[in-house]
Design a protein around this ligand. Structure first.
Ligand code: 13P
Length: 336
């Protein structure tokens, strides 16, 4: 087993999943704005360190993705944020892309930037304690999109990023996210997601990326949020498994889904059924941002000093997600 593969397994084995707390300051300002909290560095740190010092960090959360500001912050306990995370047994990670920008000659689409100077930035993040990284390619779905141009250029960037990250001794999370926005059916989401993921692996292989040392972070297969089609969680799980079965090479150890705007419960239930029906050798877990943080954020915003209730809410969500990552979640547990 390689060192990279060991890191992957430490993050996602035994029902553990990933807390995606890597919102950029812009996104975090929007999230805090929805609950009327001022987006200052102190408030962003306060909320995050409450999460990172919760009990579930030991049993449920295998890795935390941080943003550049947070990985350099010192918690109020005097420890650096990566040390705080490592001391609970979880692995600190870092978002290293610099965001999705308009794609030239297809300006309704995005290309993710951040390759320039990446090798040097990776060295610094490693020294700060990071052992895995994230890069998100984002694609919209419509009749025309994603275009071949968006599919190829984002796959190329994801592969160049992954090769540099492995060279620096860290595990890349490869995140191609097809957005849920639109009127498309779940079958269209399935075929486009398969096409995007296949292209990513073609490029990863060309760039000699060690597939046993990556984590794939895809979207689940859903109908568009403006589609009339209503599909059950059972169908979501079957279509998601069909997609991954036909597009992900077997060397990949694990898949950690993004929540992508689903409600906490939807994301949890879908992940649970994916695991119950899992007919692959891939570990299937979560790398949720909103589906782990929106309920604790709401509670915290009512009283920024009430650490206990915020942690209780976060512990509950993480526990539900970890049960779902083992196919052991049942709805009744939500109200306990
Ligand atoms: P969501 O789970 O809120 O989609 O966030 C995950 C993530 O990291 C998106 O890049």
């Amino acid at each position: 087993m390689t060192e990279l593969n060991k890191i992957v397994l430490k993050i996602i084995s035994n029902g553990k999943g990933i807390l995606a707390a890597d919102e950029s300051n812009g996104t975090m300002t929007k999230r805090l704005g929805t609950v009327n909290v001022n987006s200052t560095p102190e408030n962003r740190l306060l909320f995050r360190e409450i999460l990172f010092s919760s009990e579930c960090m030991q049993d449920c959360i295998g890795g935390v993705i941080l943003y550049d500001e947070t990985i350099k912050q010192i918690s109020s306990f005097g420890k650096s944020i990566p040390d705080l995370i490592s001391s609970s047994g979880a692995v600190p990670g870092i978002k290293v892309d610099t965001g999705a920008k308009d794609l030239a000659n297809s300006s309704d689409e995005k290309i993710t930037e951040g390759l320039d100077g990446l090798r040097d930035r990776l060295k610094k993040y490693y020294e700060l304690g990071a052992r895995f990284t994230k890069w998100r390619g984002v694609y919209s779905i419509s009749n025309k999109y994603p275009s071949r141009l968006a599919i190829r250029s984002n796959a190329h960037a994801l592969a160049r990023y992954s090769a540099l990250v492995q060279e620096s001794g860290m595990v890349p999370i490869v995140e191609p996210e097809l957005l849920m926005d639109g009127e498309h059916s779940a079958d269209v989401c399935l075929s486009k997601t398969s096409e995007v993921i296949k292209k990513c692996f073609e490029e990863l292989i060309l760039h000699k990326v060690d597939l046993s040392g990556i984590i794939l972070k895809p979207n689940m297969i859903l109908a568009g949020n403006q589609s009339k089609e209503k599909i059950t969680s059972e169908e979501v799980s079957k279509k998601t498994l069909e997609c991954l079965n036909n597009s992900v090479p077997s060397e990949v150890p694990g898949i950690a889904f993004l929540s992508g705007g689903q409600s906490d419960l939807e994301a949890t239930e879908n992940l649970n059924l994916i695991n119950i029906n899992n007919n692959t050798n891939f570990i299937m877990t979560y790398s949720f941002g909103r589906a782990l943080q929106q309920s604790p954020l709401k509670v915290w915003s009512k009283n920024l000093k009430d650490k206990e209730i915020t942690q209780k809410t976060f512990n509950h969500r993480a526990k539900m997600c970890t049960l779902a990552a083992q196919g052991k979640w049942v709805r009744e547990l939500e109200s306990k």
